[in-house]
Design a protein around this ligand. Structure first.
Ligand code: PAN
Ligand code: ZN
Length: 193
């Protein structure tokens, strides 16, 4: 590993932007095709509103290698697709025995976690919540409020990201709105194994 100079970035607690020296990615509805349960609602939004921005990630530019501590902010915009709240794609770490820490900065959300046997856990997050993603758990966040849900994350540099497993199988549970409340329900389309 190269010896590096210490440096700092600036995190705007209100907006969630992390600058400078970061790469910003935008995840739009079309990047999540097939991930929301209500396909008719997905199609309606794409036709009537266009390709909605779901979330943005500001990642500090660092080598993805052992020893580094990667870190980023995520800004997850409020909204629903059908009854299902806006969420991130979610992933396992490619090296499964790598954990992560999330720190809630703004808004109201949930961290959903899942083991490969389909066991799901949920952790409510608000400003100040330091949520721990232990090794082996896939993780996805959900915005259940009506303002952006913003959090900071840090994880080992050699973790890697496995999106494919969640793209193929989904999460076993979904966070939907029912009678004005967020509830976790079985995902009828979840495929185990
Ligand atoms: C987070 C996530 C971020 C976006 O930094 O990458 O919130 O979610 P997706 O990566 O699932 O699109 C993290 O868990 N990094 O490892
Ligand atoms: Zn992660």
């Amino acid at each position: 590993m190269q010896l590096m100079e210490p440096f700092a970035t600036y995190l705007d607690f209100k907006s969630g932007t992390l600058t400078p020296g970061t790469t910003v990615i935008q995840r739009r509805l079309s990047h999540m095709r097939g991930m929301y349960l209500d396909t008719a609602a997905y199609n309606r939004i794409m036709q009537e509103e266009g390709d909605r921005l779901i979330y943005e990630v500001y990642t500090v530019d660092l080598a993805e290698e052992a020893g580094q501590v990667l870190h980023c902010t995520t800004i997850l915009y409020p909204g629903k697709v059908g009854d299902e709240f806006h969420m991130t794609k979610g992933h396992y770490h490619a090296l499964r025995n790598r954990g992560e820490v999330y720190l809630g900065l703004e808004g109201q959300g949930y961290l959903l976690l899942q083991l490969e046997d389909g066991t799901v856990r949920s952790v409510p997050m608000q400003p100040g919540t330091a949520a721990y993603v232990p090794p082996y758990w896939a993780h996805r966040t959900v915005n259940v409020g009506d303002t952006p849900f913003i959090f900071f994350a840090a994880w080992p540099g050699d973790s890697g990201h496995d999106y494919g497993t969640i793209e193929r199988m989904g999460f076993a549970k979904l966070m939907i709105e029912r009678d004005g409340q967020p509830v976790l329900v079985e995902n009828p389309r979840y495929r185990s194994g």
